[in-house]
Design a protein around this ligand. Sequence first.
Ligand code: APR
Length: 244
Amino acid sequence: MTVPPQLIDRLKSAQRVVVLTGAGVSAESGVPTFRDAQTGLWSKFNPEELATPRAFRRNPRLVWEWYEYRRKLVAEAKPNPAHTALAEMERLFPEFHLVTQNIDGLHQRAGSRNVVELHGNITRTKCFDEGTIVSNWTETGDVPPKCPNCGGLLRPDVVWFEEPMPEKETALAFRFGTNCDLFFSIGTSAVVFPAASLPFEALESGATVVEINLQSTPLTSKAHFVLAGPAGSVVPDLLKSLRI
Ligand code: APR
């Protein structure tokens, strides 16, 4: 992908860079995007029917098993060149923040340090009743397992539909997004709020906004630069253009 020269200039002069990533950044690692059709046993379920507190209360075993299935997918997945390039980019700017909607932890595994996880992380588990993170519990064969502290059910530490966003992470994301000079929206359909409003807030606050996606989204017509292509090759091309 040839990076437009005006974008290269913006990259070279940028002081504060913010990147928002979505499921499209992990697609080339083999992690299905949130709106990819579910496969196999899970094909008859719509993720939005499983990823809710109501679904968990109605059928905790089913929801826990769906996340166990996705945790295995993520554990087998490897960071792809988009993750690696973003981890390298972090070190090239005076200020760089990565805000992700992804729950797969692949950015951290690729070496990114400044990661704001808006929707939690599938590799972390918490107590459904207390909300506290639980890192180990006695396997008693219960599915889901029980909280060692209160005996309540354990659940993944991810943000479900109909649940509030994590306050600290959301505040950070909007503080960074409205105080940057260059904002990238990468691999996100930009339809789920409040994350989807971040690129528009960045635009409002005068940042140069770049979208990297395979398809167009509600942001496409507003972004200053639109790089249509797979993140796994476009992001490394951006990094290369910085090095010239
Ligand atoms: N490179 C770049 N973009 C890609 C690639 C790729 N290789 N593959 C897919 N995409 C794009 C798709 O075109 C789509 O716009 O990634 C986007 C994925 O969109 P979604 O599946 O809607 O995922 P996301 O935007 O992260 O969803 C946001 O909504 O459903 C909730 O909590 C869930 O975090 C998720 C949030």
